[in-house]
Design a protein. Structure first.
Length: 202
């Protein structure tokens, strides 16, 4: 039983795209997987699978303490509400994840971007974390801080996933990123216009 967090130092780097696809892959490999959308300000897990209306959300689960989820296309997930009226702290996330472990053998948490109190709550709820970014100076400079926070909380950084990589002179070299972040780059995803098309088609 394991809980994996997907975090990024800023928005728009493909964090939710990775969380959704990893969750689907684990599920199709036979793991009872649950994806939790813990980005309460801009939660888009539901949108990635074509769902825009939710009868039960993470905010409801945190309020009630009950673990309920939606299912679509082999993906079991707890969405975050799209309403600004339901914004609330996720400081009790770890308690909810402990309950969810009775129903799922593998839990993936799509965390908020940046470093906030909610980020800390996600780190506390996870066993291991993958950090995601793009190979540019502003993103990587913030990624250094995120990796430091995770390690300060004594959690494992499995590695860095680089997205939207152009492999040209404008990208920071992988070796440099690994050196300054003191963490391995475990996957490189090239820039691909088909990703934008797939999201638009949901």
């Amino acid at each position: 039983m394991s809980t994996l967090g997907i975090l990024s130092s800023k928005g728009g780097v493909g964090k939710t795209f990775l969380a959704v696809n990893l969750s689907l892959a684990f599920q199709r490999l036979g793991e009872r997987t649950l994806l939790v959308d813990a980005d309460t300000s801009a939660g888009h897990v539901g949108l990635h699978v074509g769902e825009y209306s939710f009868s039960y959300t993470l905010q409801d689960a945190l309020r009630s303490g009950n673990v309920l989820w939606m299912s679509k296309n082999d993906l079991n997930f707890i969405p975050s509400s799209l309403s600004v009226d339901t914004l609330r702290s996720i400081s009790r996330l770890r308690h909810l994840i402990v309950k969810a472990q009775h129903y799922a053998s593998f839990i993936v948490i799509d965390g908020p971007p940046g470093i906030t109190n909610d980020t800390v709550s996600v780190v506390d709820a996870c066993d291991d974390i993958i950090v995601m970014g793009t190979p540019d100076i502003p993103t990587i400079s913030n990624l250094i801080k995120l990796v430091h926070l995770i390690r300060k909380k004594k959690k494992t950084v499995l590695g860095i996933v680089l997205n939207r990589v152009h492999a040209d002179v404008h990208d920071l070299p992988i070796e440099k990123i690994e050196s300054v972040c003191e963490s391995r780059v475990i996957s490189v995803i090239p820039e691909d216009t088909q990703v934008r098309k797939s999201i638009a088609a949901t």
